[in-house]
Ligand binder design. Structure first.
Ligand SMILES: *Cc1c(COP(=O)(O)O)cnc(C)c1O
Length: 430
């Protein structure tokens, strides 16, 4: 592996084991040799404070790279494909339905280039991969990561191998193949794909964004915290609801908030962190509910495939964070997930995938249970786009009315649909 020289303005100091604290250089490695704990990027926060103001951030690119000083890269050249700075939308109609006074939707369903939050983590991981001298990159994916890795690798001119479970949604498979990587559809679930990829990484020396590059990859999710704080006028919300697959995104949003506090860019205040899982793959919410601090792995069975990780790497950290911040972790059924997708679409005009349906359904559940107070400023993270998981929702959205190209045919259809609507209304109101 080629070593890169560290720029003097680089704020990245190296890697450190989250469990035992052992220090490592900023190489492509992700587990501690002594205790097998996960490695995490370490920064020089004095340098970040000296280099960074609200104004310098605002003057930066309109992408995640405006927060470069907080990201684990060292070189001059970053891969900027316009990732990040997605809309933070003040909700009115959904907020009213849920009884919340200040609800905001962070909409990564329209992230660039591949329409999910994964573009954040991949932009960072591939930038670091290039700095470390990799020419071939890869990933084990539940779908969105495949789309993102393939897209950004194509833009950066990196060779790309993608590993996915063989039962993914058609939109996610096509949305990977189009960029021209080699795609391996593995007979098995995500956890089996991930295990296989660890072996491939060892043997072939490729840069796997979520395995040997994971300490860099995971830091990309902090930008979900940075952007929300900046978009709220440099303030932190009271409560966050976000999905949990491996638990990385969930914990890194909070890390982003903590770093802004540490360098003085926002005022210190507690943020309650609540996580969302699908009941068909809910090892983290089960452990949370039962008061355990270990995860019992499960075999996933849910339409929310993008968050179906049965043995989540950061699950224990997610539980710890929810407890520590007085948040919650809940799960919802596939039927509730479909209702969640439709609720967001029909109140806010945002079409999210199953992961977003999960998050909205959990938001609703927490409101109904009184676990989110009406006066809390709440941010819900929508992490993926509904056009990618059409088969999950297509039986539940109705059909267009087929008519001839005549006014008469239209009027007849209109009359029929109004009668039907009246009947349905009468049925539901008895
Ligand atoms: C991957 C993914 C997540 C969660 O990611 P983790 O960091 O592994 O918890 C959430 N939503 C969508 C749409 C995803 O693709």
């Amino acid at each position: 592996m080629t070593q890169v020289s560290v720029r003097s303005t680089s704020t990245l100091k190296g890697l450190r084991c989250r469990e035992c604290g052992e220090a490592y250089p900023a190489e492509a490695r992700h587990v501690c040799e002594f205790c097998f704990g996960p490695l995490e990027a370490v920064y020089d926060y004095d340098a970040i404070r000296a280099l960074t103001t609200r104004e310098s951030i605002a003057a930066g690119p309109h992408s995640i790279w405006r927060y470069r000083n907080f990201l684990p890269v060292t070189g001059e050249q970053v891969i900027d494909v316009g990732t990040g700075m997605t809309p933070l939308i003040r909700s009115h109609r959904l907020a009213r339905q849920l009884g919340l006074k200040a609800l905001y939707i962070k909409n990564d369903a329209v992230n660039a280039p591949s329409l999910s939050f994964k573009d954040r983590v991949v932009s960072v991981a591939l930038t670091r991969a290039r700095e470390l001298g990799f020419t071939t990159v890869s990933c084990a994916s539940t779908g969105n990561l495949a789309n993102s890795t393939a897209a950004i690798a194509a833009q950066a001119g990196l060779e790309c191998y993608i590993f996915i479970p063989s039962d993914l949604e058609a939109g996610k498979v096509l949305g990977t193949l189009v960029y021209g990587p080699q795609v391996m559809a593995v007979e098995g679930n995500y956890d089996q794909v991930n295990r296989l990829c660890s072996e491939v990484a060892d043997r072939h020396g490729w840069g796997f964004v979520n395995i040997n590059l994971r300490p860099y990859y995971s830091e990309g999710s902090k930008t979900l915290g940075f952007e929300v704080a900046e978009q709220l006028g440099w303030q932190l919300p009271d409560h966050v609801v976000a999905p949990i697959a491996s638990g990385s995104l969930f914990t890194k949003i909070h890390k982003g908030f903590q770093e802004l506090i540490k360098v003085g860019l926002v005022e210190d205040k507690p943020v309650r962190m609540s996580g969302a899982q699908a009941t068909g793959c809910s090892p983290v919410s089960q452990a949370f509910r039962e008061g355990r601090d270990f995860i019992s792995p499960v075999k996933p069975s849910t339409i929310a495939k993008s968050i179906a990780i049965g043995n989540p790497a950061d699950g224990v950290y997610a539980i710890d964070l929810a407890r520590k911040t007085n948040g919650n972790i809940e799960d919802v059924s596939d039927a509730e997930i479909i209702e969640g997708i439709k609720l967001l679409a029909q109140t806010e005009g945002i079409f999210t995938e199953t992961a977003g349906g999960t998050t909205i359904a959990v938001l609703k559940k927490l409101c109904e249970q009184g676990k989110i107070r009406p006066d809390e400023t709440t941010v819900v993270y929508i992490t993926g786009n509904g056009l990618k998981t059409q088969e999950a929702i297509s039986p539940y959205v109705g059909e267009p009315l087929h008519i001839d190209a005549s006014l008469e045919s239209f009027e007849r259809a209109l009359e029929r649909s109004r009668t039907l609507e009246r009947l349905e209304w009468q049925q539901t109101s008895v």
